[in-house]
Design a binder for this molecule. Structure first.
Ligand code: AHM
Ligand code: MG
Length: 335
């Protein structure tokens, strides 16, 4: 007998019943993100065609301006979230400043979305997987007033929901509202994200480590010693250059992803608010850990700038603990 299909919409609505303060706003916001993801997926899947038909900034055969895919993704998510009126503002990797959304029918928007619309941009033109990362905060300021910067500068522990979409061999949406992690796979034949991985849990340890080995000589001593240790254990190095893809693998098979500081990126390359925090909430909800290379818990770091960067070590709890011990041992040595 065929297993009953549970679509993302059904799951979100059913889960809402578990939230006594649920007014349906978060439900509508999550559904808007699901819609935007399907539209982005359609464009990502024909990106190669777009490049054949015209390069970014040129006019294509229908006279439309060809857009870079991350700009397209950014605009599409902003457009989709502007319709329901549930989101007051968006912080995006693609926008220097906070994007304030128009008021819809006098509705008092309760939420702020932080996002990287298309992460792994170096992979876009070479048909290697990319992803969308998003996090949702509840406004701190009065919903009838203007959005304030404090609404956007909230630590990861205050996230109401986080998720990512992976545009890979199949398109998956993985999200959490703080009550476990669930994965949905897009079924193109019905245009629905369907529950495929319920209550995801990260293995305590794994055989993979993920770091840009090209920067090895630029890492601090303690990170080089830990990476040497991973190599001594014959762990397999897998680095796709897309944080979503690299961490997705680790969520399923166990392992650790590292983006340490280098001379080029003294505070790390990845952005705290809309890359590290949402991915850390998901991994922690799945039983994993996420710390900086300075050993602070990612989700506890105060956010003082919307594009603030952080170093990160994220993945299986036993492996993050072991990396923690290496950093303590070797940074003491070179202190
Ligand atoms: P992006 O948001 O501009 O794509 O940059 C973030 C990406 C991450 O997805 C990935 O983990 C990292 O940059 C790869 O950086 P590098 O090429 O320095 O290893
Ligand atoms: Mg990014």
């Amino acid at each position: 007998m065929n297993k009953k299909i549970v679509t993302l919409d059904e799951f979100i609505i059913k889960s809402q019943k578990g939230h006594d303060d649920a007014t349906g706003s978060l439900t509508r916001l999550l559904r808007d993100i699901g819609i935007a993801s399907k539209i982005i997926n359609r464009e990502v899947n024909k990106a190669g065609l777009v490049n054949i038909l015209g390069v970014e900034g040129s006019e294509n055969t229908t006279g439309d301006m060809v857009q870079k895919l991350d700009i397209f993704a950014n605009e599409k998510i902003i457009e989709c979230l502007s319709t329901s009126g549930e989101c007051a503002a968006i912080v995006s990797e693609e926008n220097e400043n906070i994007v304030k959304l128009p008021n819809v029918n006098g509705k008092k928007a309760q939420y702020v979305l932080v996002m990287d619309p298309l992460d792994g941009s170096s992979n876009i033109d070479v048909n290697v997987s990319v992803g969308t990362i998003f996090g949702i905060y509840k406004r701190k300021s009065d919903a009838s007033g203007e959005i304030e910067i404090e609404d956007c500068l909230q630590a990861g522990v205050d996230l109401v929901a986080s998720g990512y979409v992976l545009y890979g061999t199949s398109t998956m949406l993985v999200y959490t509202t703080g009550h476990g992690v669930n994965g949905f796979t897009l079924d193109p034949s019905i245009g629905e994200f369907c529950l495929s991985h319920a209550d995801m849990k990260i293995p305590a340890s794994g055989n993979y480590y993920s770091v840009n080995q090209g920067y090895y000589l630029k890492f601090d001593l303690e990170m080089r010693r830990y990476i040497d240790h991973c190599s001594d254990l014959n762990l397999r190095l897998r680095y796709i250059g897309s944080m979503v893809s690299d961490i997705h693998r680790i969520l399923f098979q166990g392992g650790i992803f590292l983006y340490p500081n280098t001379r080029k990126y003294p505070h790390g390359k990845l952005r705290l608010l809309y890359e590290c925090n949402p991915m850390s909430m998901i991994v922690e909800q799945a039983g994993g850990k996420a710390i900086t290379c300075g050993l602070e818990r990612i989700l506890a770091i105060p956010v003082t700038n919307i594009h603030q960067k952080a170093t990160i070590a994220i993945g299986s709890p036993d492996m993050v603990d072991e990396m923690h011990k290496f950093v303590e041992r070797y940074s003491a040595v070179n202190a």
